[in-house]
Write a protein that binds this ligand. Structure first.
Ligand code: WTA
Length: 652
């Protein structure tokens, strides 16, 4: 396999010296985690504080018809006590959160100590309690990247409420569906969300969403910009209520398997699924992966550039770092505002030690040239991380050489909303790095490559197939909110006895794993997961559209772009105005991230005689690779393919 011949990077002397584990240490710990999960996790489960210590560790079943996952089940704890209170005793004056605003020229960054964080979280918890939120209730958070978003998350955990964060880029329709989906009692939002110099009117989006929801849902509004908003009967001002709120709120004792949060994510079919994570196992796993993967040490400043609307923000801005007592950065802005040096400016300003971002951002910044990096002092950086999609070797090399100056190991972390934390990743002191590969499993993770046809495990090296996980790990999702059957069929239905990731994978000649991308109808646009079915259903909801098929195609910056084939209703003309209108329509149905990059008018779609759309062919045309369309003889009308090829939009 050619990839194994490319240059590799053994741990640098500095990384190896500093790291929690070296190569021999990794082998030993990994073997322990697999051979004796009860012993291993029983020991590492103690890294967090339990109110009532657990006496059982792993109780999990991947058996068809009985998928049941429980970790530390008789233990009790509180997440906010772990992420805040226990540090107040030992490091109350240490900064917990550094907030970096969208516009550094008009707004100062904030430094919030653990002691201050405790007061903010308690007050927010008290406000939520005043609004009637109690243990088990759901709270939707639709917020900019401001400290109040973290206070809100931790406040929910303090009183046992289950949060469900909706990314602020989602439209009112998408927000409304999620509020109803989890039957939320309260929505927390802000007046506006500044991002890249523009402000999204979050409150008015929330108002529009709430028109579709029960009258009893309350809306708690945080002031961010002070910009104009309308006020309705269901609205409450956080800034007013917090003045009256108590500054201490007792943390509620939660069982390890009580739900901690719901996070909606896209799948290959149907509407987004509410992924449920629970309290004990998730926190242990988020904290442990944060410490080992990033080689986090006491006093380090850690920056994950994600948004708390995605799982990466949950695990590696808030829960992992704060459980470990770290200083974590919350960044409100975008990589290119006010200029393409912003990331490096923030790294220098706050003396960032570990920096974690997505390949799409790296590619976008690489295109702006090295000067933007070189004018900043990045000497505090010790480690770089990548997440969200495979990182192409060109971007890897730029990240390693230009940003890291050849001194910082890159951890290419493969994981998913469903997995709670890292699944495959190099460890900085232990792994010889291979650009583009996530390489080796984290402790407790048992990856297997399956033959997609037979479902049998493929052993040996230099093989490929689909990536499955053979046994449970503490950070695993437990169910889909309100639909355990869908959980079973989605993740365990294809290959009995295995968790199916949805990703393809190869194991190279050295035994290292390479995740090659989704094998289902999920696409990955700028590191954001998008179900093609969701975009299709948004398109067909427009009156002019008869049918639509959506596929991904390679995109230089975004990784994948969205390519839509649209068949119009009889008598409707395909005009540029209509194309623009459909793009706008998808933005309003889902959000800007779902807008098609290319939209082709399709007089007909290639279908089998039984009426199934042949996506394989549509993918090929979208990839501008139509010489090898394969067998089209089973098509009901092979002539539609010629038309699609002739009028294809991607001619790169
Ligand atoms: C993809 C993000 C290759 C993969 C944490 C997965 C990756 C999906 C990597 C999950 C990586 C994530 N290498 N592919 N390092 N990281 N993916 O749920 O296709 O938003 O299934 O979680 O992103 O996306 P999600």
């Amino acid at each position: 396999m050619s990839a194994t011949k490319s240059k590799t990077y053994p741990p640098t002397a500095a990384a190896a010296k500093r790291a929690h584990v070296d190569a021999a240490g990794y082998d030993k710990m990994y073997a322990h985690s697999i051979n004796d999960p009860d012993g291993f996790w029983g020991e590492h489960g103690k890294r967090i504080d339990w109110i009532k210590p657990f006496t059982t560790v792993k109780n999990t079943s991947f058996e068809p018809g009985n998928i049941d996952i429980k970790w530390f089940e008789d233990g009790t704890l509180n997440v906010s006590a772990n992420c805040v209170d226990r540090h107040v005793e030992t490091r109350g004056d240490q900064v917990a959160i550094i907030w970096e605003p969208d516009d550094p020229n008009t707004t100062e960054s904030l430094h919030i100590t653990y002691r201050e964080l405790q007061t903010h979280v308690c007050k927010m918890a008290n406000v939520l309690q005043t609004l009637g939120v109690t243990k088990g209730d759901r709270v939707v958070i639709y917020m900019p990247m401001v400290p109040e978003a973290a206070y809100a998350m931790l406040a929910c955990t303090r009183i046992g409420a289950v949060h469900s964060i909706v990314f602020a880029g989602f439209s009112p329709d998408a927000l409304g569906a999620r509020i109803n989906g989890c039957d939320a009692k309260v929505v927390i939002t802000a007046d506006h969300a500044p991002r890249g110099g523009k402000a999204t009117p979050l409150k008015s989006n929330a108002d529009a969403a709430l028109l579709r929801c029960k009258d009893s849902v309350k809306c708690l509004v945080v002031k961010r910009t002070g910009g104009q908003t309308t006020w309705t009967d269901r609205d409450y001002s956080y800034n007013d209520m917090v003045l009256e709120a108590d500054d201490y709120q007792q943390p509620v004792e939660m069982a390890a398997e009580d739900p901690l949060f719901i996070l909606y994510t896209s799948g290959s079919t149907g509407q987004p699924k509410g992924v449920v994570h629970t309290t004990g196992g998730y926190l242990v796993y988020a904290a442990m992966t944060h410490e080992y993967t990033f080689d986090y040490h006491e006093g380090d400043v850690f920056w994950c550039t994600a948004d708390v609307g995605w799982v990466t923000g949950h695990s590696y801005i808030v829960y992992g770092p704060l459980a470990n007592g770290a200083t974590t950065i919350m960044f409100e802005g975008v990589p290119t505002y006010p200029d393409p040096g912003r990331f490096w400016d923030v790294c220098a300003k706050h003396k960032v030690n570990q920096f974690y971002t997505a390949p799409t951002a790296i590619r976008a910044l690489m295109a702006h040239g090295n000067d933007w990096v070189e004018k900043h002092d990045l000497s505090d950086l010790k480690l770089l991380g990548s997440v969200g999609e495979p990182i192409n070797p060109e971007a890897w090399n730029w990240y390693y050489n230009v940003v890291g100056k050849g001194n910082c190991p890159i951890v290419d972390t493969f994981w998913q909303t469903e997995t709670g934390g890292h699944m495959l990743t190099p460890l900085p002191g232990a792994t010889t790095l291979k650009p583009g590969a996530a390489q080796v499993p984290f402790f407790g993770v048992l990856p297997v490559v399956l033959d997609p046809q037979s479902g049998e495990e493929v052993h040996g090296n230099d093989v490929s197939g689909v990536l499955c996980i053979k046994d449970s790990w503490p950070g695993q999702m437990r169910t889909i909110w309100g639909d355990h059957e869908r959980f079973e069929t989605t993740y365990f239905g294809d290959y009995a006895g295995y968790y199916f990731s949805g990703d393809g994978c190869k194991r190279d000649a050295d035994g290292d794993l390479w995740v090659t991308g989704r094998v289902d109808d999920v696409i990955n646009v700028s590191g954001h997961r998008m179900g093609t079915a969701e975009v299709e259903s948004a398109l067909v909801a427009h009156v002019a559209v008869a049918e639509a098929a959506v596929v991904g195609y390679p995109h230089d910056i975004k990784g994948q772009g969205i390519y839509a084939y649209v068949t119009l209703m009889n008598g409707i003309d395909p005009t540029d105005e209509l194309r623009a209108e459909l793009n706008k329509w998808v933005r309003s149905e889902i959000g800007p991230i779902a807008k098609p990059d290319l939209l082709q008018w399709a007089p007909g779609l290639p279908k089998t005689r039984s009426g199934k759309i042949m996506r394989r062919i549509l993918r090929k045309i979208a990839e501008n690779d139509f010489d090898t369309l394969g067998d089209t003889s089973t098509l009901a009308d092979p002539s539609v393919v010629e038309d699609l090829v002739e009028n294809r939009m991607n001619r790169s």
